[in-house]
Design a protein around this ligand. Structure first.
Ligand SMILES: NC(=O)c1ccc[n+]([C@@H]2O[C@H](COP(=O)([O-])OP(=O)(O)OC[C@H]3O[C@@H](n4cnc5c(N)ncnc54)[C@H](O)[C@@H]3O)[C@@H](O)[C@H]2O)c1
Length: 357
């Protein structure tokens, strides 16, 4: 008999005070989704929906709890009046996704009456969001022709690029990237635009992806080169994780050859406390993911706060100074950059709680 391992929720390692976790099932469309609402202290919990063929329900729960918690701190650090939430759909976006499934998901989002607002993430594109929008108004990242702010990925990529420049300034005394070697892991929505910015800045860009056509696109459009080895062995100045999270762990950190880690992927550290310390001890500058990948969130927030893309890009440029502030705090106190970013984000949330209602 196969022994089943039941996922725990309230006592999960990453539960961390989640306000609500919603399990969604729609028999007709095969939808299986989990919505995590970590905090609504600063505002409605906004965060994208990821579609991924998780190997187990526990893996999906683990991912959504880590992601939604990260959104709380991302919104806070970016100075937005938003809480943190995220959703995952257990499915393969290349095979299983249907308009009906996206509509069913939209109905679940609608049932939360605005406590959770969704958007795109891995495996979910603008076109899918159209179907969600048919069922709920609590969705952002909607196509521009429907009055939305469009795909947030280019703004996310811009924020990561700005963060890389700030990191270079701290590490090498100049934000100049000409001739710097960068490995971009994952050349999807965000990664490909980041490759564009980096090659325009004169960097030598190497790329990795599980899909050969993505690599070819980066090679053809932006003169990038394919990297076929293990990312940790790459002899580069900057490693930019732009695929999935948890690539930085016990095995990979000791092998890293780079001076800076700065990428868009959420939850890059397998164990935030332990692995941010390991990276620091290796003398590698880790740019906290939830700080430098906030551009997309700043862009979708424009649909709520009513500003245009130019303003979203301008606000995204603040990432440069926020990162330098975080690095300074880390240097002064000896805590890791990850802890410093987390402290600053938490401080804003705690201060907000003290405001009398
Ligand atoms: N889209 C946004 O605006 C945004 C905002 C903040 C954070 N993020 C995060 O950035 C990351 C990328 O997002 P995206 O929207 O570009 O997703 P995407 O699905 O468009 O791109 C991800 C790419 O990574 C590739 N990939 C997957 N596993 C890989 C592996 N092991 N090695 C190399 N490549 C691999 C995929 O083939 C794909 O091309 C995700 O972690 C996402 O959560 C995205």
């Amino acid at each position: 008999m196969v022994e089943k391992v039941h996922p725990v929720v309230f006592s999960h390692d990453f539960f961390d005070g989640h306000e609500q976790v919603v399990f969604c099932h729609d028999e007709e469309t095969g939808l299986k989704a989990i919505i995590g609402i970590h905090s609504t202290v600063l505002g409605p919990a906004l965060g994208g929906t990821r579609m991924w063929p998780y190997e187990s329900e526990s893996a999906a729960l683990w991912d959504v709890l880590r992601l939604s918690r990260g959104m709380t701190f991302k919104a806070s650090l970016a100075g937005l009046n938003l809480g943190g939430g995220k959703a995952v759909i257990i499915a393969d976006s290349r095979k299983d996704k249907t308009p009906e499934m996206m509509r069913a998901f939209g109905r679940f989002v609608n049932s939360l009456s605005g406590k959770y607002i969704t958007a795109e993430d891995v495996g979910i594109k603008e076109d899918d969001i159209r179907y969600v929008k048919e069922e709920t108004d609590f969705v952002t990242g909607i196509p521009t022709e429907m009055g939305g702010s469009g795909d947030p990925s280019p703004v996310t990529a811009y924020g990561v690029f700005v963060g890389i420049k700030a990191a270079a300034r701290y590490k090498w005394g100049s934000e100049e990237l000409k001739g710097r070697k960068v490995l971009v892991q994952g050349v999807g929505n965000v990664g490909l635009t980041l490759v564009k910015y980096l090659s325009e800045a004169g960097a030598e860009v190497w790329v990795q992806d599980v899909y050969p056509e993505k690599i070819r696109e980066a090679e053809e459009k932006y003169n990038a080169r394919a990297y076929t080895g293990h990312f940790a062995d790459a002899e580069v100045d900057i490693y930019s994780p732009c695929a999935l999270g948890a690539t930085l762990d016990e095995q990979t950190i000791p092998a890293l050859k780079c001076s800076i880690v700065a990428g868009a992927a959420n939850n890059q550290l397998a164990d935030e406390t332990h692995h941010s310390r390991m990276i620091q001890q290796r003398g590698i500058l880790y740019c906290p993911d939830f700080l430098i990948n906030a551009g997309g969130l700043i862009n979708v927030y424009s649909e709520i706060a009513h500003y245009d893309r130019a303003e979203a890009l301008r606000r995204t440029e603040n990432i440069y100074h926020t990162l330098l502030d975080v690095i300074t705090l880390s240097e002064k106190t000896g805590i890791t950059t990850h802890q410093a970013a987390y402290l600053k984000a938490k401080e804003r949330i705690e201060n907000h709680k003290k405001i009398p209602v």
